[in-house]
Write a protein that binds this ligand. Sequence first.
Ligand code: UT7
Length: 325
Amino acid sequence: MSRYSRITGTGSYLPPHKVTNAELVSRLAAKGIETSDEWIVERSGIGARHFAAEGVFSSDLGLEAAKNALQAAGRIAQDVDLIIVATSTPDMVFPSTACILQGKLGCAGGAAFDVQAVCSGFVYALTVADALIKAGSARCALVIGAEIFSRILDFNDRGTCVLFGDGAGAVVLEASDTPGILSSDLHADGKHVDLLCVPGHVSGGAIAGVPLLKMEGQAVFKLAVGVLESAAHAVLEKAGKTETDIDWLIPHQANIRIMQSTAKKLKLSMDKVIVTVGEHGNTSAASIPLALDFGVRSGKVQRGQTLLLEGVGGGFTWGAVLLNF
Ligand code: UT7
């Protein structure tokens, strides 16, 4: 009998401090940096984002999302034999955020590691977990996207600091006799490393370079629009499906205009797109599982529906996962 993997529960967590555009605009104005709610909303669709408190780490946000997902799946921590955390803002250089989270969850023994593919991290992690389950190496995986981007933002750069936020989303992915994950398509193009990066590293106990996010927004925008369309067509073709089979598009939440453009290219109405960017901002690897959980808990996303998850971001990386929920 074929072995498949299927999402059996979703969860998410946002740190309590919600920072509205108005709050951020006045915070930046105090530093002499000019921006406005109108600009942020018009160019990105973002109205607010959440920032984690001092002393809170990605593993803490991921832990809360994981607990919610386990509860939704009717599982306990001891059932989990694989944890993959997608993050670009790990708690430490090492060990992995997944190991730290596993310790906090109290379920030693299974494999735990991080995936670093920036905003495509969740679709990468989900694809790896699916492959390990299909290979018989795991039965019950926690796949988590968790980020604290507020710590790597340059609050002197108005072109980036208004866009990102903190949060976590998680799914429980389990072995199944019937297909959940239908197809995946992952890519990277390392010649675009400089378009979106945090060009700093630890060296001899000090930071070498600038450990703050740098982005060429327009170039990233143009690349994103093209690759999201091609990845969508690739997963549909691999699964023998067409655009009309998609019940929900759940894209990386970077910019409402990128989502609108992707939906248009796939001939989908915006009514079929889960949009959380307005309230969450861009939470990088956390954005897709956060949006998925929002879709599920709001009653929009139903069991049996076909979902297209799509990520794109630094690396340059991009990818898609088509699944039966
Ligand atoms: O998560 C990974 C993937 N990331 C993305 O997909 C992000 C992709 N890029 C984008 O979403 C958009 O390019 C941005 C939202 C980052 C920027 O939107 P844009 O329409 O491409 O604006 P722009 O960078 O071309 O800037 C237009 C103007 C510039 O002024 P001038 O040169 O026209 O006078 C900027 O200096 O807007 C100015 N500007 C701002 N003005 C007010 C840039 N940031 C701000 C700001 N407030 N915060």
